[in-house]
Design a binder for this molecule. Structure first.
Ligand code: L34
Length: 292
């Protein structure tokens, strides 16, 4: 069994991007500038957004963190988004999810200018992805593709099972794994909470991508010997003996599943850091206008 090291792969991508920033700077081009909007102070979101800002600093991107109170009205948030849409200094921005319940996520997503939507969540960009056109690919699924590529994992003709149908991971992941290009060309099955006899389906998977949001849901008996297992889940499990008061766990029971598969991503240090690397890649794309 091989561990797919998302942390070091993310750092490697960041080094590659840092070189490109150097080139941009020496040729007098525009330094990429990413903005992130964080509403409220949801613990995990704060960690992720801070990690994004730190990664920008590391590779020489400019960054802006817009922190807004959880009590902000929808209209006020839309006004902030409009400011970012119209700010020529900002190449791309994201609104970190989840948002407070009183805010309509779809309205917010639609308000972001597609050209600056480096999360790839706007319907226009989702549509472009569906049609195999150039676009901003959503960061987490693209991070998974990047891992498959860099570990040279064969996908063509393989049976790929995606668990979960969220707009930001499961759904786009299933589309991308069946795209007519590497890493894709897989035969994809998407399972979700209404699927019957999940185990009989997951056991057939050569590549199992888990994005359910249920801690340690996938056990060894659900996985085929030699499968590639990608764990997108990330949960904070309370643990008083841990330094931060919690431990991170994925959607996969790592110890028993890892004994059985050919490749596996750990949590932490798997897909999470790759989400950040892909976001940075999209931001560079925004500056280069290679999206159109
Ligand atoms: N708009 N909202 C928007 N875009 C996104 O791409 C995200 N996502 C998801 C949640 N909401 C979003 C993220 O940024 C998940 N996500 C994310 C980003 C980074 C990490 C995990 C999830 C990450 O860095 N994980 C580390 C551990 C971090 C920790 O210590 O808690 C890891 O090694 O997995």
């Amino acid at each position: 069994m091989k561990i797919i090291d998302g942390k070091s792969t993310s750092l490697q991508i960041q080094d590659e991007l840092a070189k490109e920033v150097e080139e941009i700077k020496s040729s007098g081009g525009k330094v990429p500038h990413l903005a992130a909007v964080l509403v409220g102070d949801h613990g995990a979101s704060l960690t992720y957004v801070n990690a994004k800002v730190k990664a920008c600093e590391r590779i020489g991107f400019d960054s802006t963190l817009v922190r807004l109170d959880a009590s902000i009205t929808q209209q006020e948030l839309l006004n902030e988004i409009d400011k970012l849409n119209n700010n020529a200094a900002i190449d791309g921005f994201i609104v970190q999810l989840p948002l407070p319940d009183h805010i309509d996520e779809a309205k917010v997503t639609m308000a972001i200018s597609p050209e600056k939507d480096v999360d790839g969540f706007h319907p226009q960009n989702v549509g472009r992805m569906n049609l195999g056109m150039s676009t901003y690919l959503p960061a987490t699924p693209n991070g998974v593709l990047e891992l498959l590529k860099r570990y040279e994992i064969e996908t063509s003709g393989k049976k790929c099972v995606v668990m979960g149908r969220s707009h930001i991971v499961g759904s786009p992941m299933s589309i991308l794994m069946s795209q007519k290009d590497y890493p894709g060309n897989a035969t994809v099955t998407l399972v979700h909470s209404r699927t019957k006899d999940v185990k009989s389906i997951t056991k057939e998977a050569d590549i199992l991508i888990v994005a359910l949001g249920v801690p340690e849901f996938v056990t060894a008996d659900m996985v085929k010997e030699g499968a590639v297992v990608i764990d997108v889940g990330i949960h904070r499990i309370e643990d008083d003996s841990a330094k931060r008061g919690f431990r991170l766990k994925g959607d996969v029971k790592f110890d028993e599943v890892s004994a059985k598969c050919s490749y596996i991503t750990p949590v932490p240090g798997g897909v999470g850091p790759m989400t950040i690397a892909s976001l940075l890649m999209n931001t560079l794309k925004a500056v280069k206008h290679t999206y159109e």
